[in-house]
Design a protein around this ligand. Structure first.
Ligand code: FAD
Length: 315
């Protein structure tokens, strides 16, 4: 039962009964939640964050479990960002696909645009948790939670995605972009500043010859945190892959690109020799830990098998 987050949902009920405020002067540095804020704009969110006393939640599927288990503490203002329209929607403009940070995993799964142009996003969403969790869990929360095993980072690394971040200073809303590849610093740690919110994720509309595959291994096909996950992508050309991208999850302190494995695949005929050499490199270039889900040795073996399998699949 605790795994499904039921007790966390009960906890959320008591939070909703708290007074609402956007009055920043009322906010003091205390650890328990004192008020519940429902900003309507990006500027309001970032002003609340700039006080240093705010905890932001989107779907709450990570946050509620982390606060219940004591991994994280709520700050005094609980900021529900779900009313901010600027964080929502999947669209195509200027050669890019933009995915708002509040886009849920279910919305990714149901997006005709992603299904047509970046199916790897849909395929990954299809392996993510259960219907109930997918309806609440957001892509922004998945990235900002910065779990080494966060699934959505893998297809987005393959798509060479950039993040649009926003903050307020001197009354102005500032936006900056950051490659996803530079975003993660360690488990639970990112380059987000204290007063910054993730607005959206964007990537170039993939070309027609772009292929990408995702695979994860858990003790169940979905509804489980990955023991390892891997993605392989590139442009198919004369039996080889060009512009190769490989990404690993649950295999290091952060989700990351496998640059050595990419180099071993780039432009080479995808025959048995290339595939076994690249799969071996994948198992060598990761730095997994041993934990309750599997030993480091087991993760390396899994990574070799899954990478080999994906390469067979893309050729
Ligand atoms: C039963 C269960 C199964 C799960 N299965 C999977 C799975 O298969 N794969 C997987 O990857 N994950 C899984 N998860 C983890 C979780 O559902 C995801 O990580 C989810 O995407 C987090 O999104 P959220 O909107 O719920 O984030 P929240 O819990 O609301 O927030 C997570 C963190 O991100 C921050 N945050 C949220 N939005 C923003 C933003 N726009 N800007 C800046 N910071 C922000 C919050 O402040 C918080 O620190 C599972 C969780 C459960 C409970």
């Amino acid at each position: 039962m605790p795994r499904c987050g039921f007790r966390a949902v009960q906890g959320a009920g008591s939070v909703l009964a708290m007074p609402k405020t956007t009055d920043l002067t009322a906010i003091t540095a205390i650890t328990a939640i004192k008020c519940y804020a429902v900003p309507q704009t990006l500027a309001e969110i970032t002003r609340l964050l700039a006080t240093g006393n705010a905890t932001m939640f989107a779907g709450g599927t990570d946050l509620m479990l982390q606060t219940r288990s004591g991994i994280k503490e709520f700050r005094s203002v609980l900021v529900n960002i779900n009313r901010v329209g600027a964080l929502k929607g999947i669209s195509r403009a200027d050669g890019f696909i933009h995915i708002g940070a509040l886009t849920t995993i279910s919305e990714i799964l149901q997006s005709p645009l992603l299904r047509e142009k970046a199916k790897i996003m849909v395929d990954t969403a299809d392996r993510f948790a259960s219907g109930q969790i997918r309806n609440s869990a957001t892509v922004g929360g998945n990235l900002c939670n910065a779990s080494p095993a966060g699934d959505m980072a893998i297809p987005l690394l393959l798509l060479d995605a950039e993040l649009e971040l926003g903050s307020v200073s001197g009354g102005n809303l500032n936006r900056r972009t950051l490659p996803l590849d530079d975003f993660f610093l360690g488990p639970g740690k990112t380059r987000l500043d204290l007063n910054e919110v993730l607005i959206s994720v964007r990537f170039e509309v993939p070309r027609g010859d772009f292929v990408a595959r995702f695979e994860k291994f858990g003790t169940r096909p979905a509804m489980d945190i990955s023991v390892v996950s891997v993605g392989v992508a590139g442009r198919r050309e004369d039996g080889a892959l060009r512009d190769v991208r490989v990404a690993f999850g649950a295999a290091a302190p952060i989700p990351l690109r496998g640059k050595k494995t990419e180099a071993a695949i780039e432009g080479r005929l995808l025959d048995g020799e290339t595939i076994s050499a690249a799969a071996r490199l994948a198992s060598e270039e990761i730095s997994p830990i041993s934990d309750v889900r599997g030993s480091a040795w087991y993760r390396r073996r899994l990574m070799m098998t899954l990478t080999g399998r994906l390469m067979q699949d893309v050729r």
